[in-house]
Design a protein around this ligand. Structure first.
Ligand code: NAD
Length: 475
């Protein structure tokens, strides 16, 4: 049993009915799971018009009503987490516990949006003229178009949908065609929770064609995209042509800085386990490991040892630590990083290849002795592959860490408060995790700087992209 796949427009689930379809494939077995219908141009127009019509009343809805619907979806998701998670493991590949954890933790995002939408305050500005009033109000921006990726199919979509719906916006969402089941579950739960028709619309198709059509539409007032830097820049340029607001959560190449004075065993163990989460297909995955010279050998030995013990397999099988990559094209993509590393003098100290047999698996891989300009040190790998290189002092490692155009997450391990403070001040990143992994919570902002994007999801900042400011003065 797998999700039945459909478009969701104006409160109706719309099946194939002669539309183009694409196969959804289980990345662990390469078996087809179902067929996903693509939206026609008429479907896209229908979704846009439905979202526009719905916006006229939704923008005037009480925050209490929005809050109740979001809370209801949070409850439904908790109750159905196992089933939604199982389907997500089938089409995305991550281990079942990670899938179920993603669904359950996202109910916190829904609850957070439900709480905070009652506090979208404006302000009163003291007037120069005592008879005047000066008021600032925040209003929903309008119809949003959102594009979400395949690595966290549920999380990435729920953050955007919750922010839009909580703010009084309506939304047309194009989810990941590779891993669509979680998006279908979101549509079903909002439907069941009583979200008025047209507030949430789900479409599928060729990503470039759908995004081009939706972003150019005069109905759309805001674009939200999570995905790679090149695609994000392309969509941001298009949105810019039409002066549309945007939230851009793009890629990173998160540096890890492990200092001599850190608890090295703890750091190596935590980082190895974090590295293989979702097979490394995480925008905030630790991807460049800089280890201070005095701790280098000890770190590398422990890190490699923990990764050796990672059980790679079908995410539905008990005991699996790491599933396959999400689709076929990711295997050659990771192989290219290994090939370039070897050409550049890198030593493969663990893995470096795909296991034989069915499925898009890749073994956890550790590479050392790389120059800073090797592909693996400069391009986001988005897979279970870790370059480990030594550094001498803080000034040097900060310079190397900041040398790339990305600035999403960063990780620091040290027992010195002074080092922690200096590195957190000096690093160019949207998120700094020191001695633990603490980002991506509902109540904390999540986002990058530099090429890693614009805007935040999570925290009170999550609403900024979905609201416009209006100044009202009267006398
Ligand atoms: P890709 O760049 O083709 O696609 C990345 C995502 O963007 C996919 O979900 C895809 O459907 C979507 N996309 C691509 N072109 C689009 C367009 N013109 N309009 C709208 N959406 C579009 O590459 P891929 O092989 O699917 O993924 C690999 C790369 O994507 C990774 O190396 C990583 O950098 C990036 N990625 C980042 C995130 C993230 O969370 N920031 C998530 C998934 C993928």
């Amino acid at each position: 049993m797998y999700e039945s796949l459909a478009l969701y427009i104006n409160g109706e689930f719309i099946g194939g009915d002669g539309r183009k379809t694409e196969d959804v494939v289980n990345p662990a077995t390469q078996e087809a799971l179902g067929q996903l219908p693509h939206a026609t141009q008429a479907d896209l127009d229908h979704a846009l018009e439905s979202a526009q019509r719905a916006f006229e009343s939704w923008k005037r809805s009480s925050p209490m009503d929005r809050s109740a619907i979001l809370r209801k979806v949070a409850e439904l998701a908790r109750a159905n987490a196992k089933e939604i998670g199982r389907n997500m493991t089938l089409d995305q590949g991550k281990p079942l516990a990670e899938s179920v954890g993603e669904i359950v933790s996202c109910s916190e995002h829904l609850d957070w949006a439900a709480e905070e939408c009652r506090r979208l305050y404006g302000r009163v500005i003291p007037p120069r003229n005592p008879d005047a009033r000066q008021i600032v109000v925040r209003e929903p921006v309008g119809v949003c178009a959102a594009f979400t990726p395949w690595n966290f199919p549920y999380n990435q979509a729920i953050r955007k949908v919750a922010a839009a719906i909580a703010s009084g916006c309506t939304i047309v969402l194009k989810g990941p065609e590779d891993s669509p089941s979680a998006i279908m579950a979101i549509a079903r739960m909002f439907h069941e929770a009583g979200l008025p028709k047209g507030c949430l619309n789900i479409v599928w198709g060729k990503p470039a064609e759908v995004s081009d059509y939706l972003i150019r539409s005069p109905i759309v007032r805001k674009v939200s995209f999570t995905g790679s830097v090149p695609v994000g820049k392309q969509l941001a340029a298009l949105a810019g042509q039409y002066m549309k607001r945007g939230t851009w959560e793009l890629g990173g190449h998160s540096p890890v800085m492990v200092f001599d004075d850190a608890d090295i065993d703890r750091a190596a163990t935590m980082l190895a386990k974090f590295k293989v989460r979702n097979a490394g297909q995480v925008c905030v995955s630790p991807t460049r490991f800089y280890v201070q010279k005095g701790a280098y050998d000890k770190f590398l030995a422990k890190f490699t040892d923990v990764l050796k013990g990672i059980k790679v397999g079908d995410g539905l099988q008990a005991g699996t630590d790491m599933g396959p990559l999400a689709h076929e094209r990711r295997v050659p993509a990771i192989e290219r990083f290994v090939e370039d590393s070897v050409k550049r003098g890198g030593k493969v100290v663990l893995g470096g290849d795909a296991p034989k047999g069915k499925g898009f698996f890749f073994n956890p891989t550790v590479i050392t002795d790389l120059p800073d300009d090797a592909m693996l040190m400069t391009e986001e790998p988005f897979g279970p592959i870790a370059p480990v290189v030594p550094f001498t002092d803080m000034e040097e490692v900060l310079k190397r860490a900041n040398s790339l155009p990305f600035g999403l997450s960063s990780y620091v391990f040290t027992n010195s408060l002074q080092t922690a403070t200096k590195v957190s001040n000096g690093i160019e990143a949207g998120m700094v995790n020191i001695n633990h992994f603490g980002s991506a919570l509902a109540e904390t902002p999540f986002g990058g700087v530099k090429d890693s994007g614009i805007g935040s999801e999570g925290g009170t900042e999550m609403f900024d992209g979905y609201l416009v400011t209006k100044f009202i003065t009267h006398i």
